[in-house]
Unconditional design. Sequence first.
Length: 193
Amino acid sequence: MTKDELRTQALRRRRAMSAGECHAASLLIAERAGAHPAVQKAHTIMAYVSRRGEVDTHELIRQWLREGRRVCVPRTEPATRVMQALAISDMDADLAPTGRLRILEPRPGHGLAVAPEAIDLHVIPGLLFDRDGRRLGHGAGYYDRFLSRAAPAAMRMALAFDWQIVDAIPAEPWDIAMRLIITESMTLEISAH
């Protein structure tokens, strides 16, 4: 299948998930992620702010903030296709829905920019993943461009539902692979990247 065909299939499957299914699986994934050594030792974490149909990251972000970690979330600039990591201190006060997709991002004037190379753990969204760590996103390339500037030792972790793990995803030379994928029933550690 092509990337576009895989995206269409994944979006259809994501829309078919009930809110209850998503919530129950997200709780299991968050528990597994929170217990992982890479997460426990991270001081600076960049995490996507989930939207409907994605593994919920809201409580994880709140937990990390309560623990006193530096937590960054993405802010995108669609005109330039640039993504920044902005450190926040309060999800409710610092974030607001933006753009046509109404994704929660830092409000103007909120959040301090953090360089990609200063981040220990990147929590990355995706539509599909394979067991070699390849990721299929929405196709805009924000994360691949951002991660190309990350520290080589930084952990790249994806949170995904079991159904999001597929046999193979076509890869381009610029695609950045995950090193860790956590689902409700498995933890995939990928050492080749």
